[in-house]
Design a protein around this ligand. Structure first.
Ligand code: ZN
Length: 326
């Protein structure tokens, strides 16, 4: 208790106050008594007045003696170390002690803040190291996924062709829509008819890099106790997008030839509330924790849900995080 500067300060203030009271009130009373005695001399003997003098004398005595006794008792108890801590605390309470304790407390606070800062720095370093290792791991996985049968390459020649998706230095490049040039339409007759059929040799017709990312993402979701389904669509053909666009509400679907689905670099996924049950419609973060996890962790797998905050919100639409159109 005596280590708390606030308590020490309060005890000190209390002690000082009663020390002042113990002198000021008796002095006031003695002055009043003197006046009474003087009155008595002039007016003559008055029993009532004498009684009053007696009472005041007694009160003055009490006001002086009680605080003195309290201090004395606390002093006695504080000498005996086995008795009340409060007594010694009360006796030792001084403004110097309070200030000293305050300084110690401030120092401790500053030290713990410094400690917290160091801890946070360490954690952020660890996190960025973790993220870097994850990205390197993903690059390795992407490379291995793309080897084995595929002759797909990341060369400037691919860029010059500007008619299919490729990845260079971790960035996805997809052609922009160009009217009139059907060879650059997104989703011509995919997946089989992608230019040179490179980088699309997986069974769903996704771009291989994107497909690997989705697989990694599903592994992560499974580890967290959920799942995700992306097998119902790899690449959306131009003719499908045309009919889809025709029946969709305005602004809801991409113009035919413009959809990232047509390049196999977008997917509309199903979320799971646990390892086996799909969430379905009417889902939210509370009844579909797998969706919450997916939205929060996608970027760790190089993925993003770009239409989460769109005017037509599509919380299921997933794409590569670092997609560029040239
Ligand atoms: Zn979509």
């Amino acid at each position: 208790m005596c280590n708390n500067p606030l308590i020490v300060r309060t005890l000190y203030l209390f002690k000082t106050s009663i020390n002042i009271i113990k002198f000021v009130i008796p002095i006031g009373l003695i002055i009043m008594i003197t006046i009474d005695l003087y009155k008595n001399l002039i007016i003559g003997k008055d029993n009532n007045n004498l009684k009053k003098i007696g009472t005041r004398l007694f009160a003055a005595f009490l006001v002086f003696i009680i605080p003195t006794l309290i201090n004395y008792i606390f002093d006695i108890f504080s000498i005996n170390t086995t008795s009340s801590n409060f007594a010694s605390c009360y006796s030792e309470a001084s403004i110097e002690l309070a200030n000293k304790l305050q300084q110690e407390e401030d120092l401790k606070l500053a030290q713990s803040e410094e400690e917290n800062r160091k801890q946070a720095l360490l954690e952020s370093q660890l996190n960025s190291a973790k993220l870097k290792a994850m990205q390197e791991e993903n690059i390795k996985r992407n490379q291995s996924a793309n080897s084995g049968g595929s002759t797909y390459s990341d060369t400037t020649t691919d860029m010059n062709k500007q008619n299919h998706v490729y990845i260079k230095n971790g960035v996805f490049y997809a052609p922009k829509y160009r009217s009139g040039n059907k060879s650059t339409y997104s989703g011509r007759d995919c997946p089989g008819d992608h230019p040179e059929k490179k980088g699309y040799n997986n069974k769903y017709g996704y771009n291989n890099y994107f497909w690997t990312m989705l697989q990694n993402f599903r592994e992560g979701l499974k580890k967290a106790g959920y799942n995700i389904n992306y097998s119902n669509q790899g690449c959306r053909s131009y003719s499908y997008q045309t009919s889809f666009y025709a029946r969709a509400e305005p602004g809801r679907a991409a113009k035919p030839g413009r959809s990232n689905h047509g390049w196999g670099i977008a997917s509309d996924v199903d979320f799971y509330k646990n390892a086996t049950t799909k969430c379905g419609s009417g889902r939210n973060y509370k009844n579909c924790p797998g969706m919450k996890w997916a939205h929060e962790h996608a970027k760790e797998y190089g993925l993003t849900f770009p239409l989460l905050n769109a005017s037509y919100k599509e919380d299921w639409h997933i794409e590569p995080l670092n997609l560029k159109k040239y």
